[in-house]
Design a protein around this ligand. Structure first.
Ligand SMILES: [Zn+2]
Length: 392
């Protein structure tokens, strides 16, 4: 039995959360005895459905071993993330198989890795071959959906692939989407040049999400109809958004959030340079990139082109609140309870009795930034800043 104190992120009340065997067994309101001006807020742990790496560690560099997966798990806790979906992008058959094997091995080796990895997100290789929608995915490995190949990867992962991002423009996409849906896999539309009709067929076959909506698209589109309007108009389709301040303009975020309401979620889509200081680096595929003082990551030779996101979920939450696109509470839920709901994870109940004690203590800084103080996974403190440790 343990007690975790903080200010409820929704109600603003001082609360004491009682945890037993990793489950929240009680939440009581306590008199506000805090002598500190800034008492820590307490909220559900963050859930990232799309993360390629951080702190110089990349899941899409080969060869890959299980140790790299463990390292990333330890880093995401520092960002308040209690569940994430390691994201493997378009690559050769052998490399995707190797990545799946490494993640499966990591989950079998360590129970904290096992519980923090919610599943694997396979982004590609069944995406659009067209320039623009394909983004930075390598053309040579892009191919049409193939169930037999996918099953081998799924076997290598120990059944952990839970999200597949694909383009429904392939002739056999509908059949593949149906098979995935029947297996309990969330199919996400992304990196697509599909026609509106193909988008509708994909949703009818069971597609549930639009991956990093508004990115991985042509620079210019017919005003209407086009695949963006069609996905926006599909009521049952959830959308994930990269709100790092560079990938999407505020007007776009505002409209999508208003249309999609509870079905709009945040992802980081972070690459290995998230958490690293500004400077010149290599991308995972050995291209020169620059991380600016503002946190924007672009190609060194073509500064107008982004080279992925270099920010984690707390940054996106801060961006939405700084720009007054949402309340702190809503932005936090876009990155915690909502993705858990889509993936049907136990953490979908949020800060409630009976739910897992996947909890974060954090503070909103004067500049609007989010500081993580402590991260609990199933009631076990997995990360705490020094000041927090001193309190015990
Ligand atoms: Zn992508």
């Amino acid at each position: 039995m343990q007690e975790i104190m903080g200010t409820h992120y929704k109600t603003g009340e001082s609360i004491k959360v009682i945890v037993n065997k990793g489950i929240i067994t009680d939440i009581c309101t306590v008199p506000d005895e805090s002598e500190y001006e800034d008492q820590w807020l307490i909220a559900p742990g963050l859930v990232d459905l799309q993360m390629n790496g951080c702190m110089g560690i990349d899941l899409n560099v080969f060869p890959i071993d299980s140790e790299r997966v463990h390292s990333i798990v330890r880093e995401v806790w520092k960002e308040g993330v209690t569940t994430f979906f390691p994201t493997i992008t378009t690559n050769s058959d052998a490399n995707i198989w190797e990545a799946m094997t490494a993640i499966a091995k990591a989950c079998e080796e360590d129970s904290s890795t096992h519980t923090t990895v919610g599943g694997i997100h396979l982004e590609g290789p069944f995406i659009s071959p067209e320039n623009g929608p394909r983004g930075a995915h390598k053309l040579e490995y892009v191919c049409q959906p193939n169930w037999n190949t996918f099953e081998r990867w799924q076997d290598a992962s120990g059944g952990r692939i839970r999200i597949v991002t694909l383009s429904p423009e392939w002739p056999n996409a509908t059949d593949f989407i149906r098979r995935c849906s029947e297996s309990g896999i969330i199919v996400a539309i992304g990196h697509t040049a599909a026609s509106p009709e193909q988008i509708r067929d994909a949703v009818s076959a069971g597609a549930r999400m639009a991956t990093h909506f508004g990115n991985g698209a042509h620079l210019t589109l017919p005003r209407h109809p086009n695949y963006l309007w069609e996905q926006l108009a599909q009521d049952s389709l959830w959308v994930s958004l990269i709100a790092d301040g560079f990938h999407l303009p505020e007007s776009f975020l505002k409209v999508v959030m208003q249309v999609k309401q509870e079905c709009a979620i945040l992802v980081s889509d972070a690459v290995h340079l998230s958490g690293m200081p500004p400077g010149k680096y290599f991308s995972h595929n050995r291209v020169h990139v620059v991380k600016t003082n503002e946190g924007r990551l672009h190609l060194a030779d073509e500064p107008q082109l982004l080279a992925g996101s270099a920010q984690m979920l707390p940054w996106g939450i801060a961006h939405l609140t700084r720009k007054k696109l949402s309340s702190l509470q809503e932005a936090w839920e876009m990155a915690s309870v909502r993705p858990s709901t889509l993936m049907n994870l136990p953490s979908r109940s949020g800060l409630q009795v009976g739910g897992p004690a996947d909890l974060v203590l954090f503070k909103k800084e004067r500049d609007g930034g989010i500081s993580i103080c402590e991260t609990y996974k199933q009631g076990i403190s997995r990360y705490a800043i020094e000041a927090q440790k001193d309190m015990f």
